[in-house]
Write a new protein. Sequence first.
Length: 252
Amino acid sequence: MRQFVNWSGSLSFTPREFAEPADEDAVRELVVRARESGRTIRPVGSGHSSSPLTRTDDILLSVDRLAGVIAEDADRARACAGTKLKALGEGLYDAGLAMDNLGDVDYQSIAGATATGTHGTGVGFGNLCTQVVGVRLVTGTGEVLDISADDNADLTSFDQLCVLNTTDTRADTELHLYYADAEPVGPYAITVDARRVRHVRLNDLIDPEAVRLDRPYGCLLRSPVPVVVQFLRQDTRLPGVVALTAAMAYPA
Ligand SMILES: Cc1cc2nc3c(=O)[nH]c(=O)nc-3n(C[C@H](O)[C@H](O)[C@H](O)COP(=O)(O)OP(=O)(O)OC[C@H]3O[C@@H](n4cnc5c(N)ncnc54)[C@H](O)[C@@H]3O)c2cc1C
């Protein structure tokens, strides 16, 4: 049993298993094995986060051995998940490239930094994720997926509900989803405080079950007080553009 201690020492625990896969196949095999035996995996980058994001009683997957930078063309490069920002800068420099902006330390892994929205300063810069144009990942079912505006672009799209409550009463709303080829699912509880607005990404809803984004669906929102609801879809499948559609609803 190996104890894990984060960078600052504020978090320590002993996972049941500490895995350090050295390549994509090993990650995939670990995920498949965990899934088949009902176990769970938590990835860890450099352990630089102070909050207990990486704590687990089961399998801790370190990406330390998955490191390296591969220059792809004149303006982009591929970095393996465990590549530390310092090594990323050096690898990019060798290829005549550089990051637009970084935080104040270079100890983090690229996977951990992008997973947490790590950012530098400057109003004209986005966080590190905004410099990412594609991702290759192992899903929870052991599938390897390339995701970018060109590959599996539907996975980078999202649907969002904007629920506006202008009343003086908290709105405990219930969302029900209706599918073309399956029974309705719900309720998904969405609370909007009095005189507040709430944006909910449908991709994030998992209780009572993950929204099935791969098929047509409609939304029914029940609210005890009048609310205004707007549905937004950002669809990156269309070449070169981001499509945004909106519809508004208000109870009669
Ligand atoms: C001294 C110090 C300075 C800092 N400076 C800044 C700063 O300037 N700007 C800023 O924004 N933040 C800053 N931070 C915060 C830090 O950048 C973030 O905590 C960052 O997430 C750390 O990256 P990591 O590789 O250590 O990730 P970890 O802490 O190891 O993991 C973070 C999260 O990423 C997930 N994760 C890791 N690897 C993977 C993977 N391969 N696949 C999926 N998920 C994964 C983990 O499960 C966890 O949820 C600082 C922190 C410290 C201690």
